[in-house]
Design a binder for this molecule. Structure first.
Ligand code: KIV
Length: 277
């Protein structure tokens, strides 16, 4: 049985929650095998899969497409899908319709960026029965345009506002909150101030769980390398090495050898040759 909202809630204070992004069937399947708790179909897919500069251009169609693929690859993890920029801001009814589209595509829950200002939207999605994950701190859909990549909650006032946003989201019914690029001290305070799990990304060790973009974990995306994104592998380097070897083998005629080829039975080949002659 895949992990449920109840399972994730029960992990607060008892077991750390491991989350990784995923956008396609094969990667989702491999990540799921590891016992990861949540596969997050992030709108970061727009950058790492589609080559966009940021997440703003990502559409509902693209998110549904990624979500279908990830759902096909999961067995045990919960699938959470990002609601892309402008899919929930215009009206509550638009937000409900779009959250429903992601659920129909295979998501178990949706994630929205924003704090107290989106509490009514969050409440209306939760009320129709769709679990919601919050996302505060650095919010790529809006802060990228306004300020660029910046650590959040460095001052007392900014920290207080973040704590209030976390509480507003909890009150609106989210089952967990992503804290992105929030100072470690403030993440700890938020984690201790809410009953739901916090999932950190660049927000220190005291959150209830952690999330990273799978392309960063694998060392696959080279355009942006955030300080917080620990790279466990240099897959980009490995891919370039393997494809170069393959290319050289094709050019030199070393590939394909007999091992990778198919043959006819000799008598059949003889018959063919005779007929052609
Ligand atoms: O889109 C995404 O990948 C995210 C994570 C960075 C939390 O929102």
């Amino acid at each position: 049985m895949p992990k449920s909202v109840r399972d994730i809630l029960s992990m607060k204070g008892t077991k750390k929650i491991a989350v990784i992004t995923s956008y396609d069937y094969t990667t989702a399947q491999l990540c799921d095998k590891t016992g990861i708790d949540i596969l997050l179909v992030g709108d970061s897919g727009g950058m790492v899969m589609l080559g966009y500069e940021n997440t703003i251009p990502v559409t509902m169609e693209q998110m549904c497409f990624f979500t279908q693929a990830v759902r096909a690859g999961r067995q045990n993890a919960m699938v959470v899908a990002d609601m892309p920029f402008m899919s929930y801001q215009a009206s509550k009814s638009q937000a409900i319709v779009n959250a429903g589209r992601l659920v129909k595509a295979g998501a178990d829950a949706v994630k929205l960026e924003g704090g107290a200002e989106i509490r009514d939207t969050v409440r209306s999605i939760v009320e129709v029965g769709i679990p919601v994950m919050g996302h505060i701190g650095f919010q790529p859909q809006t802060t990228t345009l306004q300020e660029g990549y910046r650590v959040q909650a460095r001052t007392k006032d900014a920290a207080l506002s973040l704590v209030q946003n976390a509480k507003a989201l909890e009150e609106a019914g989210v089952f967990s909150i992503v804290l992105e690029m929030v100072t470690s001290e403030v993440s700890k305070i938020i984690t201790e101030s809410v009953r739901i799990p916090t999932i950190g990304i660049g927000s220190g060790p005291d959150c209830d769980g952690q999330v990273l973009v799978v392309h960063d974990v694998l060392g696959l995306y080279e355009k942006i390398k955030p300080k917080f994104a620990k790279r466990y592998l240099d897959l980009a380097g490995e891919i370039v090495k393997a494809v170069s070897e393959y290319r050289d083998d094709v050019v030199s005629g070393k590939f394909p050898s007999q091992e990778h080829s198919f043959s006819m039975e000799k008598p059949e080949l003889e018959r063919l040759r005779k007929e052609l002659a």
